[in-house]
Ligand binder design. Sequence first.
Ligand code: ADP
Ligand code: ZN
Length: 518
Amino acid sequence: MGPSDVLKRYFGYDAFRPRQREVIDAIVKGEDVMAIMPTGAGKSICFQIPALLFPHGTIIISPLISLMKDQVETLTEQGIPASFVNSTIPYEESIERLRNLYRGKIKLLYMAPEKLEPSYFTQCLAQVPLSMIVIDEAHCVSQWGHDFRPSYRKIKDFIDSLPRRPVVTAFTATATPLVEADMKESLGLEKARVFRTGLDRPNLSFRVIQGAAKEDFILRYVKSHKKESGIIYCATRKAVDTVYDLLRRRGINAGRYHAGMEDEDRRQAQEDFSFDNVTVMVATNAFGMGIDKSNVRYVIHYQMPKSLEAYYQEAGRAGRDGAKSECILLYSGQDAGIQRYLIEQGNQDEDQRKMDYHRLNAMVDYCQTTSCLRNFILAYFGEKVTEPCGHCGNCESGKGRVDITDMAVLVFKTIRSLHERFGASLIADVLHGSHSRAIVERKLEDTPTYGKLSFEKASHIKSALNNFIADGYLRREGEPYAVLKLTDKARQVLAGREKVYGLAFGAESVMADAAVEK
Ligand code: ADP
Ligand code: ZN
């Protein structure tokens, strides 16, 4: 039986998706493989089919203890002999499952990474002839990744301790070039064949809506998309309850899901959504991993998540069937504050914290950029970008973009005459012509451009500054109190060699309405 027969017989599909076949062929030939493919690309089949074709067993290391059982049940229903071991399985039973792997009664054994800490269990495991080790969600091994799990660091030692090295394969949906290099080294995959399918999802259109009344927006959006499935992601359980109650009170058939609910309620909620008993799911990020609903037509973020990695993964749950779908992020300035607070409260070391801030800043830049949103994401993940996509919120509102060179020059001149020593608030205050103590004490009223934008609110000027950062004219330096520096791009503008196009003041709140009416 070849890969195509297995695909048809066990999974019921007629043809492979792009790259699946190549990945499978490489593995079956015995090559190590590292595959970076977006959510929905069909990674599971890429290792499940070789596992069925290999003579011996395969172990799959996966961080998602809560999902293992469901995954294995699904496989079993498809006639694929699989099982799992993790901390919820009693010791005796886990050894029994190893025996089944040894005897060939099961072909795939899912396993939590903690199980690889040296123990009697790993001694037994070392005796089992293995054809392959699969590392799922492999980005968890990297400290530069967004989901670091220290236990993933033990995987390499375990593999090295085996009497015979099986084929080793690693899969993930998101990896920046830095994470990719780290994964290779930390998993001993220097010689692996790397498959990177483009992360682009052409059927998704992205939109950021800033400064909207979020609850109104959601209510109007959900009502005008009544027949479609959607997910609304919130940053906290409390926000989930608020939005859920709001929708239910208005007679909308919504479900909810977060980690604080009873197992049974969560299972029920998931099932209701899968079978279209509810059309909208209001959830924290606990909802989604392993959810296999292909016709989700929109994903709305009620609050900004902590990183673009998290955002792209969550938003990417829309449109897995390839049909047009929308990913909308409702952004307000407070969102960044919440995430900053969470970073401060965390107990990571200094390096981690720096990385977290770095990722958060990129997320904020995404919310504030006036250029193509899709290209912004792809560039972040190290992909080459070409044309603007033409159908994200920013591309579409491109008509509303105007020549703002005059205003930009005023801003850049101000920063230059202040010797690039101040942060956004103070610069906005100078341009606005404020008489605040900070201004008076530093005698900043003498700045040549003082008060030149007095007809604009200071908050609007500040958001314009953020746009300049996102578009690469300015950069922040220092955390958490950053000063603004000019980039070469801004110097070109000051030298009169470049023009600046962007949103006119106040344009964003108008866009929030347009998005619903569209
Ligand atoms: P990933 O892990 O990459 O996010 P999955 O492995 O969960 O993606 O697959 C996503 C969906 O695509 C699943 O419903 C899966 O059954 C389906 N799928 C995978 N390969 C194919 C294929 N060749 N033809 C049709 N559907 C497929
Ligand atoms: Zn675009």
